[in-house]
Design a protein around this ligand. Structure first.
Ligand code: C2O
Ligand code: CU
Ligand code: CU
Length: 490
């Protein structure tokens, strides 16, 4: 099994050293740094598990009813925070569906402003995508319908209103989707929802003393992405969960607006990564730390058979060899009566070999920032020198053609580049093949400053000459500031 740390350096010697760094700093573990956060000890609130929504079957179609609403959420004792959610006050249910099913989602907008819901990670007709062109007016119901062509995976949904995605997601308009397929259900993997298979939506928020979390980004936040000092999982601050099995599967989703997380465990223990954004890896990969940009998912398996409490943690790197815990997201507390899980399968999925020679076309996407001081003064975030314009189709792509997209980051900060209506594979990063734990189906690729990534991509399922799909940076403030473009598949 190989081991790796994403995104920082490929030198493997880092790992041993990083482990020492982790161990040395665990005693300094803090819950967060904000004034309110400081009063909350880690592990003070039971992890909220969103309701599982299986929809209902009508004429061979699985139908879900979602309602976008305003609400108030108690994050801290006694304080009611105004929020937005789907079928609830903050975030939404976890939708569960199977490959090859026809689904319909009736989305009613019960807030007093426009919104959308985008099905992030899915191949689907452009009119069902839920991007900026599928606005749901207040009081209206939008009912997209599509066939699930995805493999077993962890996807998600969120508002994608032009210029307002960041504000909507910050307020709570997001949720997770679990896709199952025939093969995945024959594998030995923890799969009891809410018991040994947990949805883990990672976010950070900034609260005022009165308990509100207004979306009021400063110039700096618009530049760097809106970040908070208070971490939460599924809207739970200081979360703990009592585990009852020796192995637990965590479906990690970076649902933050602008924070790149480096996820690991407080004691530096290794864990297994089993899935990337769009599905299971060919085989589990041992890792100690994985970096996840906003929008990315990773399914991991953690071994708790030593019976010790351990905390799912976001670390910041202090140097090449040292990391320090930044956010304590979730304390796992093994119950003394835990049962032994079956060892997980060694083979998870069959992934086609990457064949760059099959590509008929190469497109380049240069990510840049223009007029650093000048957001609002003609500056902003660009892709190939352009900013998002709802009226401009930047690329027209032939259905079924295989292409190489080369994403180059010319700016001084990292950008998670996301593409709708596809699951792609990473061919290489700066000429080097992807780490084994990234070598799977992806819809978002984190590209560090000055670096590049080449991906192999194809749009296999739908065409629409008029309605475009999006590609964009998933730091939501960057997306809203124009770091987005449109393509049609014909
Ligand atoms: Cu997660 Cu275009 O979005
Ligand atoms: Cu998307
Ligand atoms: Cu960006």
């Amino acid at each position: 099994m190989s081991s790796s740390v994403t995104g920082f350096s490929r030198r493997k010697l880092l790992l041993g050293t990083a482990a020492v760094g982790v161990a040395a700093t665990t005693t300094a573990m803090v819950f967060g740094r904000g004034p309110l956060a400081a009063g909350h000890v880690q592990g003070s609130n039971p992890l909220k598990i969103p309701p599982l929504d299986l929809g209902k079957i009508e004429n061979n179609t699985r139908v879900y009813d979602l309602d976008i609403q305003h609400g108030k959420t108690e994050f801290f004792g006694g304080l009611q925070t105004p929020t937005m959610g789907i079928n609830g006050s903050y975030l939404g249910p976890v939708l569960r569906m199977r490959e090859n099913e026809d689904i319909r989602i009736n989305v009613t907008n019960s807030i007093n402003e426009d919104a959308t819901l985008h099905w992030h990670g899915f191949n689907l007709p452009a009119i069902a995508d839920g991007g900026p062109h599928q606005v749901i007016r207040p009081g209206a119901t939008w009912s997209p319908q599509f066939k699930v062509v995805e493999k077993a995976s962890t996807m998600w949904y969120h508002s994608h209103l032009m210029g307002k995605t960041a504000e909507h997601v910050w307020a709570g308009l997001a949720g997770m989707i679990i896709v199952d397929d025939e093969q995945s259900q024959t594998l030995d993997l923890p799969n009891t929802y809410g018991v040994d298979d947990l949805p883990i939506a990672l976010q950070d928020r900034r609260f005022l003393q009165d308990g509100t979390m207004p979306y009021a980004p400063s110039m700096h936040d618009n530049m760097m992405g809106m970040t908070g000092d208070t971490p939460m999982v599924n809207g739970t601050i200081g979360a703990y969960f009592e585990t009852t099995t020796s192995l637990v599967r965590l479906r990690l989703l970076n649902a933050s607006n602008g924070t790149i997380y480096s996820m690991g465990f407080s004691d530096g223990r290794f864990f297994k990564k089993i899935a990337t954004d769009g599905g299971l890896l060919a085989a589990p990969v041992d890792v100690q730390l994985i970096s996840m940009g906003p929008g990315e998912r990773a399914e991991i398996i953690v071994d708790l058979s030593d019976g010790k409490n351990v905390t799912l943690t976001h670390f910041v790197r202090l140097s090449q060899s040292e990391v320090s815990p930044e956010f304590s997201f979730l304390e796992l507390r093994p119950s003394p009566n835990s049962t032994m899980s079956k060892p997980i399968s060694n083979t998870l999925a069959t992934l086609p070999a990457l064949m760059a020679e099959t590509a008929q076309n190469t497109r380049r996407f240069d990510l840049d920032m223009r007029g650093m001081m000048g957001m609002g003064m003609g500056g902003g975030f660009t892709i190939n020198g352009e900013q998002m314009d709802m009226k401009v189709i930047n690329h027209t792509i032939k259905k079924d053609s295989v292409e190489i997209w080369e994403i180059r980051n010319l700016s001084r900060m990292a950008h998670p580049f996301h593409i709708h209506n596809t699951q792609f594979r990473i061919l290489d990063r700066d000429g080097r093949p992807p780490e084994p734990h990234e070598d799977g189906l992806k819809d978002t690729v984190l590209v560090l400053p000055g670096r590049s990534a080449r991906i192999l991509i194809s749009f296999k399922h739908y065409t629409d000459e008029k309605v475009p799909y999006m590609y964009h940076c998933h730091i939501l403030e960057h997306e809203d500031a124009g770091m987005m473009g449109q393509f049609t598949v014909v």
